[in-house]
Design a protein around this ligand. Structure first.
Ligand code: 5AD
Ligand code: SF4
Length: 481
């Protein structure tokens, strides 16, 4: 079994270190300016992001650093002078996809010898993966782990000056405040409230690649929220691997803020916006948070509460630290407090030792909760996690057959759940033009389903009222009112 270092947690990165990086960024910008590489001639940067919202949020910070170095965002890898791949390690498939894209940088580098290729994110935070890139991918200029996002300017500056290839492996994971953002959506915004995870679910690589839980200060969160609202954000998503742990690492007394206080404080800010949050762990999801959803109209009537499995034995071996009865009682309290709530979940199929009965218990959980939607995954062994060492790994054909049964049941539940919207008018944030029909707009209401309707493109980025006329398991369709 591969040995992972226990990740130490620092607190906040010193403002001097951030200043040092922004000064390095300035130097890169001046260098480009002296070569006439400004405006339309500015070198291009392209970031490819795999994985979860936390990676999306990190990529916006990487983009912000690129802009401060004088790069401009380009739409294709071919146009780029700096390619960054922000990788994911949650399942084997994500790693394979990233490695294949990284492989395709070889011929781009042959065409453009000045091209810099930097690889960050969860995959390269595992040392064996960074070593592999170092030894077998000579066109990779540098790698940087999840604790080293802020180091991008010095990595680029040194590479441009002909320095050696670098492979950064952080000793500590600290919170870096004051990094600029290059936001990729005008109306949707990520807002990290905490980083890392202490839970060590037995299947999950995240605690090994994102370090221990650390919370941002409330004043920093609120300052960023105000900036996002002023910048046009209408859909703000509070992020953390386990948002309900917010504040536990900062708290000195019981009166210190918890996550429900963050929700209330952000909602109290001026502006017309919708607030979502993810992800909550059922063992920590609190009644205080349920009350905050019920009390604050700006909070979406949506709760993503991953159950992973409906079987108590599997939950125990997953180290989830709750039972199916606890989860159900939480759902009951949530539905009682917020009757129109949409509940979504993550489910893992084929965890080691999962019997037919265990799997049936998961199907029963779907029937009990009546999720609007689930994100389901076939278990993928992650080297270094306890579950990868467990006996009775489930054959792929068995997992795939269960996965299909899970989807069939959920599709039926989703369709029935969507029926409640027929004839109702929903408040929708208009996100863009529908991918399937360019005469239609698409947007989202409080439930997470895409909603399609005809309307003027001027509405993109605004809230609109849409009466629902048609449903499928996956989408809603309607007309503007
Ligand atoms: N295999 C399959 N799914 C996984 N997840 C996390 N680790 C694994 C794994 N090893 C799923 C969990 C989690 C979601 C983000 O990814 O369901 O909630
Ligand atoms: Fe992984 Fe569990 Fe932490 Fe979620 S709570 S990131 S599943 S270890």
């Amino acid at each position: 079994m591969e040995k992972h270092n226990e990740t130490k947690t620092g607190a906040f990165l010193s403002p001097d270190e951030i200043k040092r990086q922004l000064t390095a960024a300035d130097r890169v910008r001046l260098r480009f300016a002296s070569q006439g590489k400004v405006g339309e001639n500015a070198p291009g940067y392209y970031i490819l992001t795999f994985g979860c919202q936390q990676n999306e949020a990190d990529s916006e910070r990487l983009g912000g650093l690129c802009v401060s170095m004088g790069y401009r965002r380009v739409e294709t890898m071919e146009e780029a002078d700096l390619i960054l791949v922000n990788t994911c390690a949650i399942r084997e498939h994500a790693e394979k996809k990233a490695l294949s894209i990284i492989g395709s940088c070889k011929h781009l580098r042959e065409k453009n010898p000045g091209l810099l290729v930097g690889i960050g994110g969860c995959m390269v935070t595992q040392k064996h993966r960074a070593d592999k890139l170092k030894n077998s991918y000579p066109y990779v200029t540098f790698t940087f782990d999840t604790g080293a996002v802020h180091l991008l300017p010095t990595l680029v500056a040194e590479a441009l000056s002909g320095g050696k290839r670098q492979f950064i492996h952080s000793e500590t994971y600290e919170i870096a405040e004051g990094i600029p953002l290059d936001r990729t959506s005008k109306h949707m915004a990520w807002l990290s409230v905490m980083y890392g995870c202490n839970n060590f679910c037995s299947y999950c690589i995240v605690p090994y690649v994102r370090g221990r839980e650390r919370s941002r200060r409330m004043e920093d969160i609120l300052a960023e929220a105000k900036m996002l609202i002023a910048d046009g954000a209408k859909d703000i998503i509070l992020l953390g691997q386990n948002v309900n742990s917010y504040g536990k690492d900062l708290a000195v007394s019981e009166n210190d803020p918890d996550f429900s206080d963050v929700v209330r404080a952000v909602c109290a800010l001026d502006g017309d916006f919708r607030l979502r949050f993810m992800t909550s762990h059922p063992k920590d999801a609190s009644d205080r948070l349920i009350s905050a959803i019920a009390d604050c109209p700006k909070v979406a009537r949506h709760f993503h509460l991953p159950v992973q499995s409906g079987s108590d034995e599997i939950l125990r071996r997953m180290n989830r630290k709750y039972t199916s009865a606890h989860y159900k009682s939480l759902i009951d309290r949530l539905k009682a407090a917020v009757p129109d709530i949409s509940i979504t979940s993550d489910i893992i199929v084929g965890f080691p030792g999962e019997t037919e009965e265990d799997f049936e218990a998961t199907l029963d959980m779907l029937r009990y909760v009546q999720y609007d939607m689930i994100f389901s995954f076939i278990y993928s062994p992650r080297p270094g996690t306890p579950a990868a060492e467990m006996e009775n790994q489930i054959p792929h054909e068995v997992s795939t057959a269960r996965f299909e049964r899970l989807l069939a049941l959920q599709n039926e539940i989703s369709r029935q759940r969507n029926e409640r919207f027929l004839g109702k008018t929903l408040r929708v944030l208009v996100e863009g033009i529908s991918k399937n029909d360019e005469n239609m707009l698409t947007g989202r209401g409080d439930p997470v389903r895409p909603i399609h309707f005809a309307g003027s493109r001027d509405l993109i980025g605004q809230f609109a009222e849409v009466e629902i006329e048609k449903i499928t398991p996956f989408t809603l369709e309607g007309k503007l009112v």
